[in-house]
Design a protein around this ligand. Structure first.
Ligand code: ZN
Length: 388
């Protein structure tokens, strides 16, 4: 089945352009041109007029098995976890996120969900995943990670994860905000363990994402050649310059501390981990703004699933990134072409070009004029089919 989509204004995954048509067949873009040129004849046209159209957006850091609004709840049964994930996937898609990278969930669930989504059994974004994260014994996020003691152990976990079908590897290198008792900054895996994990993953063609907050963790991760720093809370000027030189990307996830503070502390004013978020939020924002200024390549990620950081607020990261001085075009690139490269889905996603998925978002008002209009998402066309 063929049809044509036209719009006066369009972000194509790289830049803003005007008066474009997109010729779609069987969910794939087969032609792109200017509406002033002759368009293919006898094919139905949907004209979105002055409404901005963009590719589907990509969130490179989520935890779909977690319930952000019940953070104190026990993980629950397997059925409970799967139903939570299914609901979260639906919410993400409904907010324009058409591809995700999940960076940590209980064993075995993500390969099954990825398979179910690919077969059309559940509706949700395309899934790239890291399976279970890998951490030090008792380290950050141990509840949803494989715990490693030593180089042999960490190599074994990387190999096991690959055997279980992960697309990428996630390491927890330093402490974090939400693990009871752990400190924010210290290195939890040794430099030797980090190097071993990265070398094994790369040898097997898997990229490595690293949760790290502290200086020593960020430095060790960049030196080991990881592909992305997640959060990077204490990434100072020297470390940002290092990341830029090594081509290491940053997935800042400003939403995680923001929602922990603005929503979480209202619910739990005495929570130690939520108070910790409040202490670090400003320094994080300053560091991310600096990293962007000097040209560290950044990718959109929200950390949705962490306490009070909902799947229904995934587009608010646009507003938070804009507030620290990042321009709207750069933010859209972070959530499209840049994210597609990091997730290695750029052959099919991240831009509106011939051969790619015919996945479009339509905004009633223009977020390039006013960033809050990112909330005006009105229509979603997923692989050629209008779903909203
Ligand atoms: Zn996370």
């Amino acid at each position: 089945m063929e049809h044509i989509i036209t719009s006066h204004i369009c972000f194509d995954g790289h830049r803003l352009c005007h008066d474009r048509y997109f010729h779609i067949r069987d969910g794939i873009i087969i032609g792109v041109g200017k509406t002033s040129d002759p368009m293919p004849a006898d094919i139905p046209v949907t004209d979105f007029g002055n409404h901005l159209i963009t590719p589907g957006l990509i969130d490179a850091h989520v935890h779909i098995c977690l319930d952000p609004y019940a953070p104190k709840k026990d993980v629950g049964s397997l059925v409970d976890v799967i139903l939570t994930a299914q609901k979260n996937l639906h919410t993400l898609l409904d907010h324009g996120i058409t591809c995700i990278r999940d960076v940590g969930a209980p064993q075995g669930i993500l390969p099954a969900l990825q398979n179910a989504q690919r077969r059309g059994m559940i509706q949700g974004p395309d899934i790239v995943h890291c399976g279970q994260a890998i951490c030090a014994c008792g380290g950050h996020g141990w509840q949803m990670s494989k715990e490693a003691n030593g180089v042999d152990d960490i190599i074994r976990h990387v190999r096991e994860n690959i055997k279980e079908g992960v697309d990428q590897i996630k390491l927890m290198v330093t402490g974090g905000i939400n693990t009871k008792g752990d400190e924010l900054a210290p290195l939890e895996l040794t430099e030797e363990e980090i190097r071993a994990a990265v070398s094994e993953a790369h040898r097997r063609g898997r990229k490595v994402a690293v949760h790290t907050h502290g200086h020593s963790g960020i430095r060790a991760a960049i030196e080991a050649g990881v592909d992305s720093i997640e959060h990077g809370l204490l990434m100072d000027a020297k470390l940002a310059a290092m990341a830029k030189d090594k081509g290491c990307r940053l997935v800042p996830t400003l939403s995680a501390p923001y929602f922990a503070v603005v929503s979480g502390l209202k619910q739990e004013p005495d929570s130690e981990s939520l108070k910790k978020s409040q202490e670090v939020m400003e320094i994080h924002r300053k560091n991310v703004a600096y990293a962007h200024q000097i040209g560290v390549s950044m990718v959109y990620g929200t950390d949705s699933g962490t306490p009070y950081n909902g799947f229904d607020t995934v587009l608010e990261e646009f507003v938070l990134l804009h507030e620290i001085g990042i321009d709207t075009l750069s933010i859209f690139q972070m959530a499209t072409c840049q994210a597609a490269e990091l997730l290695e889905v750029d052959a099919t996603q991240g831009s509106l070009e011939v051969g790619k998925q015919a996945t479009f978002l339509v905004f009633d008002q223009d977020p390039f004029q006013e960033i809050h209009q990112i909330r005006s998402l009105s229509h979603i066309i997923l692989k050629g089919r209008k779903i909203r």
